[in-house]
Design a protein around this ligand. Structure first.
Ligand SMILES: Cc1cc2nc3c(=O)[nH]c(=O)nc-3n(C[C@H](O)[C@H](O)[C@H](O)COP(=O)(O)OP(=O)(O)OC[C@H]3O[C@@H](n4cnc5c(N)ncnc54)[C@H](O)[C@@H]3O)c2cc1C
Ligand SMILES: NC(=O)c1ccc[n+]([C@@H]2O[C@H](COP(=O)([O-])OP(=O)(O)OC[C@H]3O[C@@H](n4cnc5c(N)ncnc54)[C@H](OP(=O)(O)O)[C@@H]3O)[C@@H](O)[C@H]2O)c1
Length: 444
């Protein structure tokens, strides 16, 4: 096996992924460099070839599900040059945006905002390299540095070293086991690949297709609307286990669960109480749809009834018992959860809008596992570790169980980034003064 190419530099920090979480951190570190009088040597590595925010899901009708005021910076520093308002100003669209009268820009525009912010950090970002693993570098029983191994699109491996690592690698598409045999079948794909995968299907040339969409969350609803609007030759069924499409609760009192103060409230509870709080507000985020989309879908189905032309259907209370490929297409066996009756439906393609798992940190950090306390974190998102692990490891987006529902979202990015940034300065500063003290002792 070829040895990975190695650099002698030891970075203060390597960020795994350069999504909104680590981008917010890059900005916070720039501010902290001014207050601390020196900058950290931070490098952010992303596997995508350029900056994209859930790029394959950016259908034209998709809107941000959070106020633009919860951008990368404003909650912490409304005067930051990296605000969404300044982006609009720079792009000469501020007055026009105000005329829209909305807090919810389309996601295509928000993607452009994030790209614009990321461009300011081009010298600290590496694109097109996937981090494979983070390993300990054990020296005299201590781990002062971590070895970060990446692979480029061309298959070339590279080893870098860092005094700390922040994992912000986002969610992993959840594939129900019944669809596992279709792993390499281009007719069955997760919603995270929506635009690319759809592009390969005959409906883009106007050919008739029957498509199943599995799930009842925002992704599933957006797919149904997009297939209806953009692909007139498609007949789609949305298949869900629940008894109805349910709205996301974004009413103002409930929305307080997404404020930075709420993070403290959740974190300070015992484990069982944290879990209760998260489950109580599950319907703010998971398996729910924005009410305006629900109303659009209902209106669409009602017009079909008026016209007696049935193109799409929402099939509630259906469990998928089996999925097999036949000469007619992909045959799904659906069991009605109320009556127990089973029916088969045949489709030309299946979109799995089945959500995301948060486990990539466990895979990336597996070589460190024996030094970590089961990936539990402290209030500053630093993974709890045994004393020999001197290098700090932080998690962004993997702490919902300890820090609450905002953890996987954009809600508290600016505040979380500053908390991690301050903790980084503190831990690296502490290490530097310990090293100076040891050097003085050694020379005395
Ligand atoms: C379609 C969709 C829409 C959403 N809309 C909203 C919304 O409107 N409001 C909201 O609050 N939340 C929304 N979310 C939730 C979403 O998690 C956050 O918006 C946000 O993307 C979280 O940022 P992140 O940086 O933690 O993760 P991500 O945005 O997922 O970024 C992770 C980055 O890490 C990179 N990466 C992953 N693994 C590796 C690796 N091994 N090596 C190198 N790079 C790697 C990826 O390429 C990616 O760029 C949405 C989620 C989805 C799926
Ligand atoms: N415009 C936007 O801003 C936008 C767009 C898309 C997504 N998002 C965000 O992205 C996040 C994820 O949303 P999402 O819609 O992708 O996922 P989600 O809300 O987690 O919903 C996943 C759906 O898949 C279903 N499912 C999971 N496993 C299944 C199985 N084995 N069989 C059948 N059904 C199964 C779930 O059903 P059950 O309910 O029965 O478990 C649920 O309906 C949310 O934060 C959401 O707000 C935002």
């Amino acid at each position: 096996m070829n040895q990975p190419s190695t650099s002698e530099t030891i970075h203060d920090l390597i960020g795994v992924g350069f999504g909104p979480s680590n981008l917010a951190l890059a900005i916070a570190l720039e501010e902290l460099a001014q207050t601390n009088g020196h900058a950290l040597d931070a490098l952010f590595i992303d596997k995508q070839s350029d900056y994209r925010w859930h790029g394959n899901t950016l259908a034209t009708q998709s809107e941000l599900q959070i106020s633009f005021l919860k951008d990368l910076v404003s909650l912490r520093n409304p005067t930051s040059p990296y605000s969404f308002v300044n982006y609009l100003h720079q792009k000469k669209r501020l007055a026009d945006f105000i005329n829209l009268g909305t807090f919810y820009p389309c996601r295509l525009e928000y993607n452009d905002y994030l790209r614009w912010a990321a461009e300011h950090f081009a010298t600290q970002a590496v694109y097109g390299e996937e981090i494979l693993r983070v390993e300990p570098e054990l020296l005299d029983g201590r781990i002062d540095h971590l070895r970060v191994i990446s692979r480029s699109a061309q298959g070339h491996e590279r080893l870098r070293r860092a005094r700390s690592v922040v994992v912000g690698s986002g969610g992993t598409p959840k594939i129900p086991p019944v669809f596992a045999p279709f792993k390499d079948d281009p007719r069955v794909f997760h919603h995270s690949q929506y635009l690319n995968s759809l592009e390969q299907l005959p409906c883009t040339q106007g050919k008739p297709m029957r498509i199943a969409i599995i799930g009842s969350g925002q992704s599933a609803a957006e797919a149904l609307i997009d297939l209806n609007d953009s692909y007139p030759s498609v007949k789609a069924d949305m298949i869900l286990r629940g008894s109805a499409l349910k709205p996301a609760d974004d009413s103002p009192f409930v929305n307080e669960v997404f404020t930075p103060d709420y993070t403290d409230l959740v974190f300070n509870q015992p484990q069982a109480e944290r879990a209760k709080l998260i489950s109580e507000y599950h319907n703010t985020n998971y398996s729910v749809v924005d009410i305006d989309l629900i109303e659009r879908i209902y209106g669409m189905l009602y017009r079909q009834k008026v016209a007696h032309q049935y193109r799409h259907a929402v099939l509630c209370r259906r469990n998928i018992e089996a999925a097999v490929s036949t000469d007619k297409g992909i045959e799904l066996t659906l069991r009605d959860l109320a009556t127990g009756i089973q029916q088969t439906h045949v489709y030309d393609a299946v979109i799995l809008a089945t959500g995301y798992e948060r486990r990539s940190h466990r895979e990336l950090l597996a070589p460190l596992q024996q030094h970590l306390k089961d990936f539990e974190v402290d209030r500053d998102y630093r993974v709890l570790a045994s004393p020999e692990l001197n290098a700090a490891v932080y998690l962004q987006g993997f702490c919902e169980a300890s820090h609450g529902l905002s953890d996987t979202l954009l809600s508290v990015l600016p505040v979380r980034a500053a908390e991690i940034g301050q903790s980084l300065y503190q831990s690296l500063g502490q290490r530097a003064s310990n090293a100076r003290a040891s050097a003085t002792l050694a020379s005395a």
